[in-house]
Design a protein around this ligand. Sequence first.
Ligand code: MG
Ligand code: ZN
Length: 187
Amino acid sequence: MIAGVFLDRDGVLNRERPDYVKGWDEFQWLPGVMPALARLAKLGCPIAVLTNQSAIARGLVSTATVAAIHRRMQAEVAAAGGRIDAFFVCPHHPDDGCDCRKPKPGLLRQAAAHFQLDLAQCVFIGDSITDAQAAYAVYCASVLVQSGRQGPNLPSLLPPALQDVPIVPDLAAAVAWLFDKESVAIE
Ligand SMILES: [Mg+2]
Ligand SMILES: [Zn+2]
């Protein structure tokens, strides 16, 4: 049984922008994400988004604006039959040396503590090598999608320790992979 599903945000749920998502007007859902999240909700386990938002430390967007974007995401997902139970955000700059900016596993630990989950029973769906590295550091499984920045280059970027991480086109395929793995009959 999967105890919890963690999702990266940019490149998995919404289109990644090289200049960061600084407001709702710059937020764009990726195609197929809504039905994928509605299907994922049927697993019945906690679903949390774990996201690096160094744009906060860079002064490009406020914590309040990021929180407002996340509330709006939650509402739109709920209206489409899906569910995001919580967001865990690293607001730090890469130079801050925090323990939550992926590839560090701090956000996974925060989510696991919040929902009282065994990370070895959870899955992290990300679009970046650093997502898989963060999961690997705490014995959490991961799946990588190619809808983000590293897209077609993902297979060649995977370090040897992560060669077994499945790479699929997008969130819908990642959710299908989860259901296959679980042999979950419910649709
Ligand atoms: Mg990403
Ligand atoms: Zn951090």
